[in-house]
Design a protein. Structure first.
Length: 202
């Protein structure tokens, strides 16, 4: 494929290929190695829908209802994350074991995805990052005030997800805000705070 050229002479990268749903059905692994963009998450959710459809048709036994997210992600858009979490909720309700594995880095939205599984694993070299919500707004003052309220609601929702899926204390949970710094966790920290259940060897 030839890359397109914009008016200013910059090359446009070709779109990333959609995940191979046949491979996902065969391996039951999602290689989550991109940012949380709308396009990527929609494609991931299409793969998950096809997997659930396949399992329904094939009457896959309960012990076979598994999906593993192999995570290597620096994060991305929160609204895309929420779409994916809703799909994972549905799979868990249907009896799927959802394995979230931090293969290297799980940052920002990747951090939230990594703690959301029914089984959470990581390598001994894994790194996690939790931080303040990143957002921006523009327009009228009234409109920006509404945006700020929305950002605060999203921030509180993310904090509740962390409460529900880890052993973090309130002090630890609030550390990105009290210190005004990104907070990194490594494999042993992840076990301590209930971010991961077990350290494994890939």
């Amino acid at each position: 494929m030839v890359n397109e050229i914009t008016n200013d002479g910059m090359k446009l990268m070709p779109p990333a290929p959609m995940p191979d749903y046949k491979k996902v059905i065969r391996t039951r692994v999602i290689e989550f190695n991109k940012e949380f963009t709308r396009e990527f998450i929609v494609d991931i959710c299409k793969c998950l829908d096809k997997l659930m459809e396949y399992d329904k048709i094939m009457e896959t036994p309960k012990e076979g209802l598994t999906i593993k997210f192999q995570i290597y992600s620096y994060g991305g858009a929160v609204d895309s994350l929420m779409f994916l979490l809703s799909k994972i909720d549905k799979m868990i309700e249907l009896g799927y074991e959802v394995i979230t594995h931090n293969a290297s880095v799980a940052m920002s939205c990747g951090f939230i995805l990594s703690i959301y599984g029914t089984v959470r694993t990581c390598t001994k070299h894994a790194t996690y990052l939790n931080h303040q919500l990143s957002a921006g707004t523009w327009g009228t003052f009234g409109g920006m005030e509404v945006d700020q309220q929305h950002f605060k609601a999203v921030e509180e929702h993310l904090e509740q997800i962390i409460r529900d899926h880890t052993h973090m204390t309130e002090e630890e949970l609030k550390r990105p805000y009290t210190t005004n710094r990104d907070v990194f966790y490594y494999a042993c920290d992840a076990i301590k705070w209930g971010i991961a259940d077990i350290i494994v060897t890939d």
